[in-house]
Design a binder for this molecule. Structure first.
Ligand SMILES: [Ca+2]
Ligand SMILES: [Ca+2]
Length: 254
């Protein structure tokens, strides 16, 4: 069933891509997307930024620079229709990262679209980086750029498709604007890595950029603190969890 779906998706994408002639934008030796053509994550998206031309495309291609198998250099390119053909308006290079996932979405609800890029290294640690760019004639407007840990930020597991993962982009204070969560897992030799505790930072839109705003969400950290305490009860204490408890208490007590 999954195989069939993947094959269907692949055929759908490849025929659409050749109709759009996107391969002509991918330099020789480079590969579409992350280089795994059967990955259901799309390597291009048709978008409409509202900046003029209504036919626009975001295209992702990658290159194996060091090592042998995994790409480590990526380009995200913005193509715009000039009336006769697509032309490349700008592109952005991402170095030293194995996988790139991207989406276009209005997460700060200002009516303008953002380009969200998640770079993710393979492996259990799920180390990566999240970038959010304000869409414009260039890609200068960076409104978020942080190291993050966690599986694909840009994959909706419930829908089984590319989409922002609601766990990482919740609207905690219900003002209609999405927050961004960036966390890290504390290593604990006594437990399996999937059971290790996490610290989560919350970034909130301030009208110009996303800023660290943990202090604005004491309710969230109250829940986290309860989890940390039951963790200690079950698995014992360690330096990281002690630090997490202290930090959470400080936020809750103001
Ligand atoms: Ca926006
Ligand atoms: Ca919010």
């Amino acid at each position: 069933m999954i195989m069939g779906f993947t094959l269907f998706y692949f055929l759908l994408l490849s025929s659409a891509a050749s109709a759009l002639n996107l391969d002509s934008f991918i330099p020789k030796g480079w590969q579409a997307g992350n280089g795994f053509r059967n990955d259901p994550y799309p390597y291009y998206l048709r978008i409409n930024t509202g900046m003029g031309a209504n036919k626009e495309i975001i295209l992702h291609y990658s290159f194996v620079e060091k090592g042998e198998y995994l790409p480590d250099k990526h380009i995200i390119s913005f193509l715009s229709w000039n009336g006769a053909k697509y032309i490349e308006k700008w592109k952005k290079t991402f170095n030293s990262i194995e996988n790139i996932f991207f989406l276009v979405n209005d997460i700060n609800k200002d009516g303008k679209k953002e380009l969200i890029v998640h770079g993710l290294h393979s492996g259990n640690g799920a180390y990566g980086n999240l970038w959010v760019f304000q869409f414009g004639k260039t890609m200068a407007g960076k409104i978020f750029d942080k190291a993050v840990q966690g599986e694909r930020y840009l994959w909706n597991d419930k829908k089984r498709q590319a989409g922002i993962c609601p766990e990482y982009f919740p609207d905690l204070d219900k003002d209609g604007i999405l927050e961004i969560m960036a966390g890290h897992r504390a290593e604990d030799d006594k437990v399996a890595c999937v059971d290790e505790p996490w610290w989560i930072d919350i970034y909130k839109w301030n009208g110009g950029t996303y800023i660290l705003a943990n202090n604005k969400f004491p309710k969230f950290y109250k829940n986290e603190l309860a989890d940390y305490r039951s963790y200690v009860k079950e698995k014992g204490e360690n330096e990281s969890i002690k630090k997490f408890i202290k930090r959470a208490e400080k936020i809750i007590n103001g």
